[in-house]
Design a protein around this ligand. Structure first.
Ligand SMILES: [Zn+2]
Length: 291
């Protein structure tokens, strides 16, 4: 559904930098992108998604995310972390390997890390230990944290509070209640909004909450290949989500906030760059924006 942001507010656009989007959570190292990863990146750029942060969720996927980021310097960036599903894998030896990965200049955040009591694929005690370790690592490296939480809010917040000293971060794929949002914002976290907000079965509560998120804490992500926005028309043949669909999510969030897509694109891009210390996108990409 291409529509040109520049026509929405031509005079305002002329006075400022072009509006662009940043996908702050894309699992681009996932095997479902192996066959056409370059085409996926090109489609993202064509849709105005000028930079992407690739989620690392295990040592292996973090290493792959770093390789991709190095191959697309200035455009792709990586996180390095161990998802709670993989928490049992984070032995002391693995933790020092993770630290080496996380020190890489292409790595802009530690994570995804956190707690997932929905599936409990790793025992809860292992999840908690892995979470503590990664918060300590983020603090040591001075990098923000990319956080995952599902059905574990109370323990998640308690652990974050223990490490309250200096971390910064984002609660990725926020799908929670107003109380949870208040709590995260009170902790100083940003929130990452996915296509969950486009889901009429389970995401409708998110719309009214969007007004409560300060613009400098509102980030956008596809979480592809997962969470294909259900409002895409025509429906894609594949269930695979990809960064080119980020404008669909941005449009839903902008509608919920009663602001223009262009305004949201600008504020979320500034917020993402600030949290992850990303450079400006290259001129080649900035000049080709059509969302
Ligand atoms: Zn996650």
């Amino acid at each position: 559904m291409p529509f040109d942001l520049s026509t929405a507010s031509a005079s305002a656009a002329a006075a400022t930098a072009p509006a662009t989007l940043i996908d702050i959570g894309i699992n681009l190292a996932h095997q479902s992108f192996d066959a056409d990863r370059d085409a996926v990146i090109e489609r993202a750029h064509a849709a105005g998604v000028v930079q992407m942060v690739i989620t690392g969720s295990s040592l292996e996927s973090s290493a792959r995310a770093i390789d991709l980021a190095r191959a697309h310097e200035g455009t792709l960036f990586a996180t390095a972390g161990v998802h709670p599903h993989h928490a049992v894998e984070l032995s002391a030896a693995a933790a020092s390997e993770l630290e080496q990965l996380a020190r890489d200049p292409a790595v802009v955040a530690v994570g995804e890390c956190g707690l997932d009591y929905f599936r409990n694929l790793s025992p809860r005690t292992a999840q908690q230990q892995a979470f503590h370790r990664q918060l300590e690592l983020a603090l040591r490296l001075g990098k923000p944290v990319f956080l995952h939480q599902r059905d574990a809010h109370a323990d998640f917040v308690a652990i974050l509070r223990e490490h309250a000293a200096a971390w910064r971060g984002v609660a990725h794929c926020f799908t929670g209640s107003g109380d949870e949002l208040d709590c995260y914002l009170g902790l100083g976290l940003a929130v990452g909004i996915t296509g969950w907000i486009c889901d009429e079965r389970r995401g409708m509560h998110l719309g009214p909450l969007m007004l409560q998120v300060p613009p400098d804490r509102l980030l956008l992500e596809t979480d592809g290949p997962y969470l294909l926005p259900r409002t895409l028309r025509p429906k894609p043949a594949s269930r695979r989500n990809e960064p080119a669909y980020l404008p669909q999510i941005a449009a839903a969030v902008a509608r919920a906030r009663g602001e223009t897509l262009e305004a949201l694109a600008r504020s979320s891009t500034v917020a993402a760059r600030r949290l992850f210390h990303l450079p400006a996108a290259s001129q080649r990409l900035r000049s080709s924006l059509v969302i």
